[in-house]
Design a protein around this ligand. Structure first.
Ligand code: PML
Ligand code: MG
Length: 244
């Protein structure tokens, strides 16, 4: 569901699934339910659409997960910057991006930031870039969650599926994310080396400013980067032996 914002309305919720046709009815009902019961408010506009996917489906492992317990957002943000640096985002670039985070809080998708130029890469303004066409079948996700001692919440499933898809791109360096939901303050940084690093406080309760930044290396081949994120269908499937 992707609300129209031409009238300047607030975006409440978005959701997307990648499924075989026979699961259509059940899945659309669940998306409708999600859009109607959201802590960001009651929607006055909703759009539901489906689309046949023709591109070949790729299956990948979820990124390894680690949860970092922090006692306050300051500590969380400090850790996030440290981890971004370790993953290869230069300190100056981290600072440049952080300076602009307040301006980007209204961007609905992700901001793509080039560590090579130190500038925003996408030109999608307030719309942002939406990583799309990825999913993680529930039964496999639940098995994974049990094994990794992580709550089996769809929010975590969706965030980890997205982060796993985004990080496997050759031009990807790292991702920084926290929710715009006022009642959810855990966020994460992710990358090929560090995996999915959850951080238990990235903002104060009650605030509706979220963040999602994809750091890329613009000196690599980035011609199809945004297209790949939007169109390449990816399924997550965890196999236990990959985690041993
Ligand atoms: C998690 O707990 O691992 C999910 C963190 C990111 C949530 C992003 C969102 O809800 O928009
Ligand atoms: Mg949300």
């Amino acid at each position: 569901m992707n609300g129209s914002h031409e009238d300047g309305g607030k975006h409440i919720s978005g959701g997307e699934r990648l499924i075989p046709f026979h699961e259509m009815k059940r899945t659309i009902n669940a998306l409708l339910e999600k859009g109607l019961s959201h802590s960001r408010g009651k929607p006055d506009f909703m759009q539901i659409q489906f689309e046949e996917v023709h591109e070949p489906l790729k299956t990948i492992q979820p990124l390894p997960v680690h949860t970092n317990e922090v006692s306050c957002p300051e500590e969380g943000q400090k850790l996030a910057r440290l981890l971004l640096g370790r993953e290869g985002v230069p300190r100056k670039v981290i600072e440049k991006a952080y300076e602009q985070i307040p301006e980007w809080s209204g961007v609905r998708g992700a901001v793509v930031f080039d560590i090579h130029t130190g500038k925003r890469f996408d030109q999608t303004k307030e719309k942002g870039v939406r990583a799309s066409r990825m999913d993680w079948p529930d039964a496999n996700f639940e098995k994974w969650a049990l094994h990794c001692h992580v709550p089996a919440h769809s929010r975590i499933k969706e965030a980890l599926a997205l982060a796993s898809k985004v990080s496997q791109h050759p031009a990807a360096v790292a991702e920084l994310c926290w929710s715009d939901d006022p009642d959810y303050i855990t966020g994460y940084v992710a990358g090929k080396k560090m995996g999915y690093q959850r951080i238990t406080a990235m903002k104060e309760y009650g605030t509706e400013e979220g963040c999602r930044i994809f750091f890329i290396d613009g000196s690599k081949d980035v011609n199809t980067y945004i297209h790949d994120l939007e169109k390449q269908p990816i399924l997550i499937e965890w196999e236990e032996e990959h985690d041993l």
